[in-house]
Design a protein around this ligand. Structure first.
Ligand SMILES: [Zn+2]
Length: 298
């Protein structure tokens, strides 16, 4: 380990990051400002119909306030320069028929949009999905209502505040010598392999989660866990934390509930997989597993 904390792997671009919007926390904390922003002539809405964004061509269709139903759940995304940007959960029929909009699955949309716009889709999907699932208080069961322009809910019965959840998931490459470990979950498409991953549990660090998951799923003991990069993954509310870990040995013991197969691969294998010419398929650029594999390849 070098003494320079910035002398590290070169981190390639990470999908779903790089939003151009300023999240403008001061706006969110001031209800009057947040309401006034909705009336600005340059305010626009990203409409999500059943959590699917409305696009026009290969860009977000930014709708006017008059095109969004008054009773739609609407959250503040941020400022594009001075211009306020919101997201609303609303039907898309008029945007499709009158403005040439098309409703696209969020993951498919993120794959075709420029990176900054894909990041906006991820932000909006995570927040609107959280509101859709948290209408009632986890403490007392009372009804909740939105606060802070979409960044909190408050229980109308017991006044408990609830905040949007983010669930950390570690995703990691165990590395030994010239080999890295990839695996297949039973539901993966044919020939598709990725880095192993799992949810962080209460009471453990990210490093401990990496070590536990690799041992549980593949029987691999590791040390020297090193962080690479992270990514919001709004399906529904994950934060993917990518890391490398040094494996102690090569012997794999599979947990067949979690993995159908795991294998040690070389950098040449990974290069071929990323280029689409290998015997297995690697994750697409949108996924941080792609970033992780690319970073390991160097
Ligand atoms: Zn309550």
């Amino acid at each position: 380990m070098t003494s320079d904390p910035f002398a590290h792997w070169q981190v390639p671009p990470v999908g779903l990051t790089g939003s151009p919007l300023d999240r403008a926390d001061t706006v969110r904390r001031d209800p009057a400002t947040a309401i006034a922003l909705r009336s600005r002539p340059d305010a626009r809405w990203l409409v999500m119909d059943d959590l699917k964004p409305v696009l026009r061509g290969d860009a977000i269709l930014w709708a006017y306030r008059s095109d969004v139903p008054h009773d739609a759940v609407s959250v503040f995304l941020g400022l594009d320069g001075e211009a306020p940007r919101f997201a609303a959960a609303a039907p898309s029929a008029e945007l499709v028929s009158d403005f040439g909009g098309r409703v696209v699955d969020a993951r498919a949309a993120a794959a075709v949009l420029p990176p900054g716009q894909a990041a906006i889709i991820a932000h909006a999907r995570a927040l609107l999905d959280w509101h859709a699932r948290h209408g009632f208080c986890a403490r007392c069961g009372g009804k909740t209502e939105m606060k802070k322009a979409g960044y909190a809910r408050v229980c109308l019965a017991c006044a408990t505040e609830h905040f949007p959840r983010v669930d950390p998931v570690v995703i990691m490459l165990a590395v030994k010598g010239d080999h890295a470990l990839v695996g297949r979950q039973p539901g993966f498409p044919k020939r598709f392999y990725s880095a192993l991953a799992g949810f962080v549990e209460p009471g453990e660090s990210l490093e401990e989660a990496v070590a536990r998951e690799l041992f549980e799923e593949a029987g691999i003991r590791v040390s020297n866990v090193r962080y690479l990069a992270s990514q919001p993954w709004p399906f529904p509310s994950s934060l993917m934390v990518a890391a490398f870990a040094e494996a102690e040995g090569y012997e794999i013991t599979l947990d067949t509930d979690e993995l159908e197969e795991a294998r040690w691969v070389t950098k040449d294998d990974v290069r071929a997989a990323l280029e689409g010419t290998g015997e297995w398929l690697a994750p697409p650029p949108l996924a941080i597993a792609h970033t992780l594999l690319k970073a390991w390849m160097g």
